[in-house]
Design a protein around this ligand. Structure first.
Ligand SMILES: Nc1ncnc2c1ncn2[C@@H]1O[C@H](COP(=O)(O)OP(=O)(O)OP(=O)(O)O)[C@@H](O)[C@H]1O
Length: 272
């Protein structure tokens, strides 16, 4: 199957300094790929370059076609973006913010159709943000706001969904809801790519892309032992990947070793 996204020799310079040094990658369609790595490694830069949001050297394709050759609206219908700490639109009502996700489907100066309104409602219900549809974005809490912005990305109904640190401000139940949303998207044949700092959450993805110092240092299945070793290595062995209650989890190694009592329950479960 054609990859959802590919990059060949991708280089990005920011402020005159190269921060991405010739990345080659294929992102599979119908899979969820998580991008992880240390602070400043280049994860956001890579995601933005794949989204065609940054000037870069090299080639990027979206669904088999040079990303720069896509007509703008068509590309905006094929690929949705959820950025990190987005500002702006503070005075807009939440439902109008989500309607922005429908712009690629509308004619210039066109009014929203019944299908647009239905997509907005469905996306807001999916992210449980429908209740504050008539409140201004600037008046919402961090987590409420994040769910509205996720709804905006979902309202696009794009097959490729790119999300930079989507769990910001979300409490654990809403993190679990986000996980369910991503899994549904992928089960329907969609592609999800997300930068995640929460490594245990990143390990729930299908594939893990590890970025360090502007390069991809590993790309493999999240269930793969080789991926776990690469993950431990990129974080200088300060985390350890173990299976806890049937799921892969990244635990702080120093805490496990120096304060065994606080992890007694976990140690019992994972047998160490
Ligand atoms: N506008 C900019 N001008 C100059 N350098 C920048 C700019 N934006 C980012 N950088 C640098 O580029 C590098 C990669 O940044 P990027 O945001 O992609 O890292 P990241 O892996 O997403 O980091 P984090 O985990 O901290 O969010 C960092 O060294 C950062 O300081």
């Amino acid at each position: 199957m054609t990859p959802a996204l590919t990059a060949r020799g991708l280089r990005v310079a920011l402020g005159g300094v190269e921060v991405l040094h010739g990345v080659d990658v294929d992102i599979a369609q119908g899979r969820w790929t998580a991008i992880a790595g240390p602070n400043g490694a280049g994860k956001t830069t890579l995601l933005k370059a794949l989204a065609h949001l940054l000037p870069c050297r090299g080639e990027v394709t979206l669904l088999g076609r040079d990303i720069a050759q896509w007509p703008h609206k068509e590309r905006a219908r094929a690929m949705a973006w959820l950025g990190q700490g987005e500002t702006g639109s503070e005075d807009l009502l939440a439902r109008d913010v989500v309607m922005l996700g429908r712009l690629p489907h509308q004619d210039w100066l066109g009014t929203p159709s019944a299908a647009d309104r239905a997509a907005v409602e469905a996306a807001m219900r999916e992210t449980q943000s429908w209740d504050w549809r008539d409140r201004a974005l600037g008046q919402l809490s961090g987590g409420e706001r994040q769910r509205v912005l996720l709804a905006r990305a979902l309202a696009v109904q794009a097959s490729v969904l790119l999300m930079d640190e989507p769990l910001g401000h979300l409490d654990p139940p809403h993190q679990a809801d986000w996980l369910a949303i991503v899994r549904r998207h992928v089960a329907r044949g969609g592609t999800a790519v997300s930068v995640l700092h929460e490594i245990t959450m990143a390990l729930q993805a299908d594939e893990l892309l590890l970025v360090d110092k502007g390069r991809i240092v590993h790309h493999g299945a999240c269930s793969d032992a080789e991926t776990h070793r690469a993950l431990e290595q990129v974080f200088e062995a300060r985390i350890a990947v173990h299976q806890v209650a049937g799921q892969w989890a990244a635990l702080p190694r120093e805490k496990l070793e120096s304060d065994p009592d606080s992890f007694a329950g976990v140690r019992e479960k994972i047998g160490i």
